[in-house]
Ligand binder design. Structure first.
Ligand code: UD2
Ligand code: MN
Length: 580
């Protein structure tokens, strides 16, 4: 009896101990979990270099998170919006006109201001190799505001681990503003050689200027930034780590917004959802939520993910790899399309692009583009950006995909894009894969949003037969009314397309009708059809749902739908062919 009692007591005590131990072990385990788990994933994913390169992890891992930052006070600190006092209004307005952003406001804010850390919380736990590649940060600029340019430089100096930042290379694309001359040269002396300045002897445009910067840089990795950025907390190591693992990865930070009037620093995608770069068939850049297939590959929401393309301005790459790919196509002029050229080239020729949630950089989106395209732009017939797109798609798209572009941009077929034989030779030499491969394996989410475009049955100016006037989208943002304007023959807002599925479009927008009138609308995402039908004999544009015709009101000169009547000249329309 006693023996059993003692035994029972012991069993009971052991049982109690186990009961206590379970939550303690559990607490201990979860306590270190955040850090350890991320660390393990990190080590397996990033610390291992590809087999063909010698391992060179010399000093282990480092965390590089800043500690004990001093409190700061002043205008715009922590990325708060700053409103200038009313007496500065004229100065502010004038600077906005000149720069597309409120430089007067920027001038009032410290070049060293703090900004809020907009990263996911778990980003603080990642460890990175201590010997990440040395980096040249390349900033090209043309007539930028001095304080905005220098705040970009200061933020890079202040928020990058010293031993990784090899240099900041400022490349002046032939600016003529007074304060960007001697004042700039003497100011950067304080950085003891870390900041280097070179200047173009004529205007080259941002694309060629970046290629020049890459050639002149001496770091192992190059990072491009626009001249109006502020890099966020610990932005650099997470960009370098994937390149350290594999030199053919391009990495892209997540781009936060900086308000062009108040310099408020605003996080994008603050809800923890991730987006990646895609495009529609007119080659406008778009962002799309990361598809499940890609999400699933990752163990942590803060891990990098693959993206078909990027916005253009901000990214990191192994310098030699960038040059092996021929840098940017030197035939691309001034602005636009270079993001696609480099992205397609990277993916199709064996590299990859990763967006890095733990690297955040703020960028000032301007109110408008404050510069013109100089001589380079004037020499070209047709809009220069579309000509750039044409070079890119003629080099990298398969024939089927080229047609989608020409369906969306019918005039582009007639633009002179210059010689692309060197680009095609490079594609052959590097044995690059087809665009179909890219669509199947990388950009598989594009068709969900932008399905293949049915061919145009008609395109050109849509002229009224009764009155000398043309449909015109007027450059308004949808939803807005469609105007009627003097036919100018240059296309743009007057280039109307009717496709085989009944969609009537202008640029990437759609023309739709309701009981109030005819409107410019956002095309329903993922659809390419519409209600319209054109009859060449009656010259009617029939809305099949309402069974009514597009009519012009001769008094108000406005558009509406009315019952079809073959004798009514105000219901007759003609597509007039356009040429550049
Ligand atoms: C976006 C990109 C930009 C570039 C462009 C398409 C982002 C945040 N920005 O437009 O980097 O890829 O799309 O080409 O993704 N600049 C020159 N010479 C020129 C014109 C501009 O050096 O002839 C400089 C300019 O000072 C700035 C940079 O190039 O530092 C980019 O120009 P932007 O800021 O006007 O381009 P953005 O942001 O509208
Ligand atoms: Mn920019």
């Amino acid at each position: 009896m006693r023996v059993t009692n003692i035994r029972r007591g012991r069993i009971f005590r052991i049982f109690i101990c186990i009961l206590i131990a379970i939550p303690v072990v559990y607490l201990l385990a979860t306590w270190s979990d955040g850090h350890k788990k991320v660390r393990e994933v990190y080590q397996s994913k990033f610390a291992a270099r590809s087999a063909r390169e010698a391992p060179r992890l010399v000093e282990g891992l480092g965390n590089f998170e800043p500690r004990n930052q001093p409190q700061r006070e002043g205008p715009g600190e922590y990325g708060e919006p700053y409103h200038l006092p009313p007496e500065k209004k004229n100065e502010a307005d004038a600077s906005e006109m000149e720069y597309g952003m409120n430089i007067a406001c920027s001038n009032a804010i410290s070049l060293d201001r703090a900004i809020k850390d907009t990263r996911l919380e778990e980003c603080q736990h990642w460890d990175y190799p201590y010997d990440l590649p040395t980096t040249s940060v390349i900033i090209v600029f043309h007539n930028e505001g001095w304080s905005v340019l220098m705040r970009t430089v200061h933020s890079v100096i202040n928020r990058s681990p010293k031993h990784m930042l090899h240099e900041i290379l400022l490349v002046d694309d032939f600016s003529d503003k007074e304060d960007l001359q001697d004042k700039l040269e003497s100011y950067i002396k304080r950085f003891n050689g870390k900041v280097r300045l070179i200047r173009n002897s004529e205007r080259e445009g941002l694309i060629r200027t970046r290629s020049r910067g890459a050639k002149e840089a001496t770091g192992e990795v190059i990072v491009f930034l626009d001249a109006h950025c502020e890099v966020n907390t610990n932005w650099l190591p997470p960009l370098l780590a994937p390149i350290y693992r594999d030199r053919t990865v391009m990495t892209v930070p997540v781009i936060d917004g900086i308000d062009h009037k108040t310099f408020e620093y605003r996080p994008v995608y603050a809800d923890g959802h991730h987006y990646r770069g895609i495009f529609e068939w007119g080659m406008l850049y778009k962002e799309n939520e990361v598809p499940k297939r890609e999400q699933k590959r990752r163990a942590h929401n803060s891990e990098p993910y693959k993206s078909p393309t990027h916005a253009g301005g901000l990214f990191a790459m192994n310098r030699e790899y960038f040059l092996e790919l021929g840098a940017y196509d030197p035939g691309l002029l001034v602005w636009g399309g270079e993001n696609f050229e480099l992205s397609f080239k990277i993916w199709q020729c064996g590299g990859s692009i990763e967006w890095v949630p733990c690297s955040r950089v703020g960028h000032v989106y301007r109110g408008f583009m404050p510069y013109n395209f100089g001589k380079l732009g004037a020499k070209k017939k047709g809009p220069l950006i579309t000509i750039n797109y044409k070079r890119v798609i003629e080099t990298w798209f398969d024939d089927k995909y080229k047609e989608y572009f020409y369906t969306r941009e019918p005039l582009a077929r007639y633009y002179d894009m210059g010689d692309i034989s060197e680009q095609l030779a490079l594609k052959k030499k590097l044995q690059c894969k087809s665009f179909q491969w890219f669509m199947d394996n990388v950009a598989y989410d594009v068709f969900d949003k932008f399905p293949p475009l049915p061919a145009n049955l008609h395109w050109g100016e849509l002229r009224s037969v009764a009155v000398e006037t043309c449909l015109d989208a007027m450059g308004h943002q949808p939803p807005s009314i469609i105007g009627l304007q003097h036919c100018h023959g240059r296309g743009n807002n007057q280039l109307i397309r009717l496709n085989a599925a009944g969609q009537l479009g202008v640029g990437e927008r759609c023309i739709e009708a309701d009981r109030q009138g005819i409107k410019l609308a956002f095309c329903r995402l993922g659809t390419v059809d519409g209600p319209w039908q054109y009859d060449e004999e009656t010259k009617h544009l029939l809305h099949r749902v309402y069974q009514k015709c597009m009519s012009l009101n001769p008094q108000s000169l406005q558009l509406s739908l009315s019952p079809c009547d073959v004798n009514n000249a105000y219901q007759q329309w003609k597509f007039k062919t356009l040429r550049p």
